[in-house]
Design a protein around this ligand. Sequence first.
Ligand SMILES: Nc1nc2c(c(=O)[nH]1)N[C@H]1C(S)=C(S)[C@@H](COP(=O)(O)OP(=O)(O)OC[C@H]3O[C@@H](n4cnc5c(=O)[nH]c(N)nc54)[C@H](O)[C@@H]3O)O[C@H]1N2
Ligand SMILES: Nc1nc2c(c(=O)[nH]1)N[C@H]1C(S)=C(S)[C@@H](COP(=O)(O)OP(=O)(O)OC[C@H]3O[C@@H](n4cnc5c(=O)[nH]c(N)nc54)[C@H](O)[C@@H]3O)O[C@H]1N2
Ligand SMILES: [Mo]
Length: 774
Amino acid sequence: MSTTTPLGTPHSSHWGAFTATTDADGRVSVHPHPDDPDPSPLLGNVPVAATPTARVLRPHVRRGWWEDGPGPDERRGEDEFIPVEWEEVLDRLAAEYRRVLDEHGPTAVFAGSYGWASAGRFHHAQSQIHRFSHCLGGAVRSSWTYSHGVGEVLMPHVVGNQEPLISPTALSSVEAHTDLVLAFGGLPAKNSEVASGGISRHEVAGRLRGAKARGAEFVLVSPLRDDLAAELDAEWIAPVPGTDAALLLAMCRVLVEEGLHDAGFLERCCSGSEEFLASLDGADDGVVKTPEWAEPITGVPAATIRELARRAAAGRTMVTVSWSVARTRFGEQPLWAAVAFACLLGQIGLPGGGFGHGYASTGGVGRRSGHYPLPTLPQFADPLRVRIPVARIADALLHPGEPYEVDGRHEVYPHLRLVHWAGGNPFHHHQDLQRLRRAFRAAETVVVQEPFWTTTARHADVVLATTTTLEREDVGAARYDDRLIHMGRVHEPLGEARDDYSVLAGLAQRLGAGERFTEGRTARQWVEHLYEEWRTGPAARAGLTPPPYREFREAGEFLLPDEPEEKVMFASFRADPQRFPLRTPSGRIELHSRTVAGFGYDDCPGHPVHLPTDEAPDEEFPLHLVANNPATRLHSQLDHGAHSQAGKVAGREPVRVHPDDATARGLADGQVVVVRSRRGSCLGGLVVSDAVRRGVVQMSTGAWWDPVAGAEAGVTCGYGNVNVLTRDVGSSRLAQACTGQHAAVQVSAHTGPVPRVTVFDRPVLARPAATPPA
Ligand SMILES: Nc1nc2c(c(=O)[nH]1)N[C@H]1C(S)=C(S)[C@@H](COP(=O)(O)OP(=O)(O)OC[C@H]3O[C@@H](n4cnc5c(=O)[nH]c(N)nc54)[C@H](O)[C@@H]3O)O[C@H]1N2
Ligand SMILES: Nc1nc2c(c(=O)[nH]1)N[C@H]1C(S)=C(S)[C@@H](COP(=O)(O)OP(=O)(O)OC[C@H]3O[C@@H](n4cnc5c(=O)[nH]c(N)nc54)[C@H](O)[C@@H]3O)O[C@H]1N2
Ligand SMILES: [Mo]
């Protein structure tokens, strides 16, 4: 049942809207949305989803769990799988849920289930699993994100909310008004291809081009030259990774020393500037934060630092910090230092000026501010409200009952026994994967709903075969996008795959919550219901006039009007700080926060400082790894797709190093190398490039972890999952956020046979067991 226009079936993904056509042999082709000025090549990964490659085609259980029952198990991740019938696996899983809930209560269940899943408002996996667990009395969930976990915790202390990372000043305002875009971590074109929930018009590149055409200048501060499009002719400053705070503090001091700062703005709109300015003169540590002080730390000449500060003060400047710069150890500091620098410039609240956190980190940031409501699946209230910081999952599993600190609170990890994931891939996204494997082995039961045999699915006891979006009908929409897309069904589900909704409905029904979870609707009825509720309720109240569902389905989309005004972040606060105070204790921007200072954290004091990383390169691991988000796919999704595979080098994830570092190690372009860190090692395919700062190695996330091939080669991953190298430690006690962006590594030639990549093969299947144990 789908609307199929002559162009094909309208559909949507996190990396773009498209139409899909199917040929006589069932092969799917995708065609970008006709209104998209800059479609993403990531669309090229989609067709493989419709083939059986790497798909979970029916439910499976791990042999040890099926035969010996739940419990911590060293075989988890290496055991055989048994194909089973849906009804028997749901019966058995419901019994296990019952056991855990009856014996230990809902705090023994973890259903945080972090991950991007897929576009689509109803079938969104996290919404489904959260609704499901709320129906059962709740489960432990996670707070914040891997993306911008530092900003989510820090920004409320500094500016009173999360606006700088969710909806900063519109990019159109930057296009029209900014003289200098000062981009820490760059504005990588690759990242703006993606926006959570979908993006039907890719506009970032065009906006930046427009700014340049008007005469705006760009400075790229990043270890990688290609973090900003070459056409923007940026000046490239490449500091040592993890030293941006030192650079910014020195730039702050130059402004003050030379009288280039806006004392009036500090006076009217900021609090704690006395403490902050005194710290620049060494009040805390006796060290004056001059450019000469910053030069040996950052590797950027003092004269360049001084010049950069003056240039920023000479016109309308937008200071932007990518999310990645904070996805690091002590990542609170560069972000807070950038806010302080923008305060000294005094342009916050003016068109095209001030600061933003995450422009181009996705295509949605600065695009729209989310003015119009969207259809939304009600999740009920969380009756439990027990959360762990999202990137502390392995700590929680390994250290039940132990204390930890976060954002001024003393907390205790719950004892998690049943782990249930739908729509995320922790064996891609988490750090130190060998440690995560130990953590998953400590659980009693692991349930994973997945369309694909990801490494996470391979570490489960129960693998529930899930449909992809191509196999179901939904409404696609995102708060930063300008249309609702009717996502039609492109093909029948492969094998016995079921929608997350139907899987969870089956489980809820066995646990006595079926009626509450489903409200008596089929998936198809729910999609129409969500749309109609929205159409006649919030949409109508917002002055929108969308057509009835049937017409929407025929048309394939509904266009949202432009937002009434172009957003300038903190404009009203700037105009009248008394009348429109920020939601900070002082009502102003806090350059020094008494609240944060009161926590007494040496890893995040009360104002921005430079804290040297405790994962600094040394003799054994002399190179800085930058583990950024991948250009050729979204995270680990569809790594077996054509576009992602075309980007591999020697069949592995590419590893980029500077020519000098390659020569020093006798390495040549295209060869298979081993990248090692204190945690593990992985193979990769070498790319020698002067777009990388000397001393830096760049390897993107998202290659599936292949421990099998890796073991044969004497390494921890034979295919190139960078997270076997990264360190599992929080940013600080403040945010406890993901720090996966950096690690200290060494690169050397791989000697000996190159193992076959096995991660897209089906796992070892055991013959069906005669009878499951009672
Ligand atoms: N070292 C390092 N690590 C990082 C980062 C980094 O910068 N450096 N970045 C981090 C960031 S910012 C993020 S956001 C995370 C991303 O981490 P994730 O969001 O976990 O990564 P994805 O690969 O998108 O995982 C989504 C999974 O959901 C599955 N899926 C898709 N649709 C459906 C569906 O409808 N139902 C179900 N049940 N499953 C579905 C996909 O097959 C895939 O396995 O990674 C983080 N990891
Ligand atoms: N194609 C594609 N797009 C994506 C994603 C994807 O997987 N694929 N993932 C999406 C998601 S979930 C997110 S959260 C965003 C992530 O958005 P970001 O976090 O902004 O992206 P990254 O690619 O991780 O990092 C951007 C750049 O920061 C630079 N950088 C790293 N360390 C430092 C440092 O210490 N100092 C400075 N100055 N620069 C540094 C690196 O050179 C890196 O290329 O991307 C989104 N967009
Ligand atoms: Mo992210």
